[in-house]
Write a protein that binds this ligand. Structure first.
Ligand SMILES: NC(=O)c1ccc[n+]([C@@H]2O[C@H](COP(=O)([O-])OP(=O)(O)OC[C@H]3O[C@@H](n4cnc5c(N)ncnc54)[C@H](O)[C@@H]3O)[C@@H](O)[C@H]2O)c1
Length: 404
């Protein structure tokens, strides 16, 4: 266990060559580059770190450690031999729907990333106050609020990553499909603006139903002649976050060790956690597989019902979306070891879009982790076949809407 005392460490991270490299199941330090998260988020007097559990997934704990490096007593061999100059925060991120339940905490989490130089917040209302509020956090990025269609182009110009959580959330009794009528138009309009102003950006679609909104976005980008399938992502990170959490609780595993690929789509039975592909290797009974699979599939509904009309998952979603943003920024920054699950154009199955683990690089998706789909259990193989008709229908509905 390392005990870290918090002291006056502001801007320390911009002077160290301390590095976190992100691997699916491990973390190590490297003096050649700097990928630190959450600098200047100062805790009270001391922080005890008992494990590698982290704020935004594996690796982030290293960022926290880096923030407190001056006071940290490292074991021999863990400090970089030579410290190099890190690169400055470099990336522009825009959040569309930034005044909402997801948008606000997501903005806060992105504001904490040292990789971000500019954070542009867009909404149809109430976003200037959110921007003013966030701008007082003493982290490097500059925050600007943009309100309404007339300011959307300025919000998007030169942006590297666009996150879209705009739209209405579910109420009890609704499925994600029920949101289609409203959110389809919102996503279509916003992606048109992305195509016009920052066609090279990574696009993260959070707005539901993701199974349809991603195909809508793809069609819009095609119509505009700027579609790059390697850079369009439906954000399914929350399914992975939930799967990791539920499995680690059930099997009493350290969270940092747990990595469950979740494939398919992002709605009901289309969400398929592959428990046979979990790391570390764990044996599940048939009952456990079916209980955990259902719990992950119903995670969103559990929150919708608990909120009883006040919306759907916002905080865990912001956490998950921020993790995906951070992964994208690390990939853009040249980290060659970034893997995430996402709902993307894919030829892993006979469906045009499919969620799977992908390797991210500077130009978006570099590889699909096709091995995850090999040697599935009977349960998983059946569930995969069962989800296809529903997922296909949602994809086609989205494409048809955008082609209208
Ligand atoms: N992908 C996932 O895992 C996941 C998880 C949870 C929620 N969601 C989805 O995320 C979306 C947002 O959820 P929320 O809880 O933040 O909702 P919310 O109602 O709290 O916030 C939505 C925000 O979008 C804004 N908005 C509406 N129309 C807009 C437009 N045309 N342009 C820009 N902004 C616009 C609203 O003003 C509001 O601030 C919903 O569709 C929800 O279903 C996705």
């Amino acid at each position: 266990m390392a005990t870290i005392s918090a002291g006056s460490v502001a801007s320390y991270s911009s002077q160290t060559g301390f590095v976190t490299k992100y691997r699916p199941l491990s973390m190590h330090f490297n003096a050649s580059k700097t990928h630190m998260n959450f600098i200047d988020l100062k805790a009270s007097s001391s922080i005890c770190i008992q494990s590698d559990a982290s704020l935004l997934g594996k690796g982030s704990i290293a960022a926290l450690q880096a923030s407190y490096l001056p006071k940290l007593k490292f074991k021999p061999g863990r400090l970089p031999a030579k410290q190099s100059q890190p690169r400055a925060s470099a990336f522009k991120v825009a959040v569309l729907g930034a005044a909402g339940g997801i948008g606000q905490p997501l903005g806060l989490l992105i504001k904490m990333s040292p990789l971000v130089s500019h954070l542009n917040l867009y909404d149809i209302a109430n976003v200037k106050g959110v921007a003013a509020d966030l701008s007082h956090c003493n982290t490097p990025s500059q925050v600007i609020g943009f309100t309404g269609a007339s300011e959307l182009a300025n919000c998007l110009r030169g942006v590297d990553v666009v996150v879209i959580p705009a739209g209405v959330p579910r109420k009890p009794g609704m499925t994600r499909e029920d949101l289609f009528n409203i959110n389809a138009s919102i996503v279509k309009t916003l992606v048109e603006a992305v195509a016009n102003n920052c066609p090279d950006a990574f696009i993260h679609i959070v707005s539901n139903p993701v199974n349809s909104t991603v195909p809508i976005a793809a069609e819009v980008l095609k119509q505009k002649g700027v579609y790059d399938p390697k850079k369009l992502f439906g954000v399914t990170t929350l399914d992975v976050v939930r799967a990791n959490t539920f499995v680690s609780r059930k099997k009493n595993l350290r969270l940092v060790d747990v990595d469950v690929p979740v494939i398919g789509g992002h709605s009901g039975i289309t969400i398929l956690p592959l428990l046979s592909k979990i790391k570390p290797f764990v044996v599940f009974t048939d009952e456990e597989v079916s209980e955990l699979t259902l719990k992950v599939q119903n995670g969103g509904t559990e929150v919708v019902e608990a909120k009883a009309g006040a919306g759907s998952a916002t905080l865990s979603m912001a956490y998950a979306a921020a993790r995906f943003v951070e992964s994208s920024l690390r990939a853009l920054d040249g980290d060659s070891d970034v893997y995430e699950c996402a709902f993307v154009q894919s030829d892993l199955t006979d469906l045009p879009f499919f969620a799977s683990r992908v390797k991210l690089g500077r130009n978006g998706i570099e590889a699909f982790m096709s091995a995850d789909l090999l040697n599935l259990t009977n349960y998983e193989a059946k569930a995969l076949e069962a989800l296809k008709p529903e997922l296909k229908a949602s994809i086609e509905k989205g494409m048809a809407f955008a082609q209208k």
